[in-house]
Design a binder for this molecule. Structure first.
Ligand SMILES: NC(=O)C1=CN([C@@H]2O[C@H](COP(=O)(O)OP(=O)(O)OC[C@H]3O[C@@H](n4cnc5c(N)ncnc54)[C@H](O)[C@@H]3O)[C@@H](O)[C@H]2O)C=CC1
Ligand SMILES: [Mg+2]
Length: 349
């Protein structure tokens, strides 16, 4: 078995907009807000807030009937909270997540201590589970919600120092917490996860976990063990879950994923020998895994609505925002190109 990691430049839509004018100044401004509590508080007063309720984001319906995250002016959020009987201190629990042009900072805030329906009515929106939201949202704000939820969850579960047992206190941006007794600083935690679309040259391999929505299959994924490289983790996960040995690995792109806790998903393509494609699925990890043809994948990519109970079983793919979807789309394009090349070769009919 051998593996090779080739770093290729992801397609432009995977990259942060660093060539847009103002990118450097925005990044430096964000960095300053993480270090300077007074500047961050002032940015919060002039900024925008995405509200969450018990980690579910607030979405609003657009005039075109689509959903988008509600980016509310901090002053409006402040008035709503005051009307609902909360004192002004709640807004200060916002966490910094992004920055618009003209250095307008964006924050996320969980108002789970207030009545959900009252906030929804006051803000003309609905709090929706983040997983469901990611299936429905098409806007560029989806990653901001994922980041916001991950940061909010980290603060909710990191209130005590694991060395002293004392309370920890956050900075204004919410980018770190410090122990009140010995000053140890804690930063938000992420787990590296490998995700791989395995191909035998003609078909691609997808797996299904019991908790997935009806009909959904995805690329194989798994947490990296301590001490492992990306390549080692990929080879181990594929061997464990489906009993195959990888021949080659190509890096595609990465993604932050907030479920179940924060992960950094490292997305790759891999190949196995067409002579060794027999699967031995570990049913403790996967409900099923199987090879899918290009035709099956292209039909699934066209589906607009998820299969319902009672429908004939149809393949349903992860949402557009998931790196798994990106890997599947990249593989499909590559296969279609290969087919076109073969058909254009002299002598092909
Ligand atoms: N964004 C995307 O396109 C996709 C994301 N994923 C994500 O990938 C992640 C990993 O996939 P799985 O197949 O579940 O992983 P997995 O194959 O490693 O199995 C999960 C098990 O690994 C163990 N584990 C080891 N280290 C862990 C850690 N740091 N945190 C939690 N559990 C750990 C636990 O026993 C857990 O039950 C999942 O969180 C899933 O949400 C999965 C598929 C698609
Ligand atoms: Mg897995």
């Amino acid at each position: 078995m051998w593996s090779r990691l080739r770093t290729i430049l992801p397609s432009p839509n995977c990259l942060p907009p660093r060539w847009c004018s103002g990118f450097v100044s925005r990044m430096r401004y964000m960095n300053r807000l993480k270090e300077d509590d007074t500047a961050c508080l002032s940015a919060l007063h002039n900024g925008q807030i995405f509200l969450f309720h018990h980690l579910s984001p607030l979405l609003q319906c657009t005039q075109r009937g689509t959903l988008r995250p509600a980016a509310l002016a901090t002053s409006d959020v402040q008035s709503v909270l005051e009307r609902l009987g909360s004192d002004g201190s709640l807004v200060k629990k916002s966490v910094l997540v992004s920055c618009l042009e003209q250095n307008q900072a964006q924050f996320c805030l969980d108002v789970g201590e207030l009545d959900q329906v009252s906030v929804e009515e006051a803000c003309e929106g609905k709090f929706l589970d983040l997983r469901k939201s990611l299936f429905l949202l098409t806007t560029a704000e989806a990653p901001i919600l994922a980041k916001g939820q991950a940061l909010l969850r980290w603060h909710q579960t990191s209130r005590f120092c694991s060395a002293t047992g004392q309370l920890t206190h956050r900075n204004q941006a919410g980018s770190q917490r410090a122990c009140s007794s010995n000053g140890i600083i804690y930063y938000p935690k992420m787990s590296p996860v490998v995700i791989v679309l395995v191909s035998d040259g003609r078909r691609c391999l997808l797996g299904r976990q019991p908790a997935f929505p009806l009909g959904m299959y995805s690329a194989l994924a798994g947490f990296c063990d301590m001490g492992e490289s990306l390549e080692e983790a990929l080879c181990r996960e594929v061997a464990e879950e489906v009993g195959l040995e990888l021949q080659s690995i190509t890096y595609s792109s990465s993604q932050h994923w907030p479920f179940p806790h924060s992960s950094l998903m490292l997305g790759c393509h891999a190949t196995v020998s067409p002579a060794h494609t027999q699967l031995q699925v570990d049913h403790a990890e996967l409900e099923n895994a199987r090879w899918f043809s290009l035709e099956e994948i292209t039909s699934a990519l066209k589906l607009q609505t998820p299969p319902q109970r009672g429908d004939s079983p149809a393949l349903w793919l992860p949402p557009k925002q998931a790196v798994a979807h990106r890997l599947i789309t990249e593989w499909t394009k590559q296969q279609l190109l290969k087919d076109t090349d073969q058909n254009q070769r002299p002598g092909s009919c």
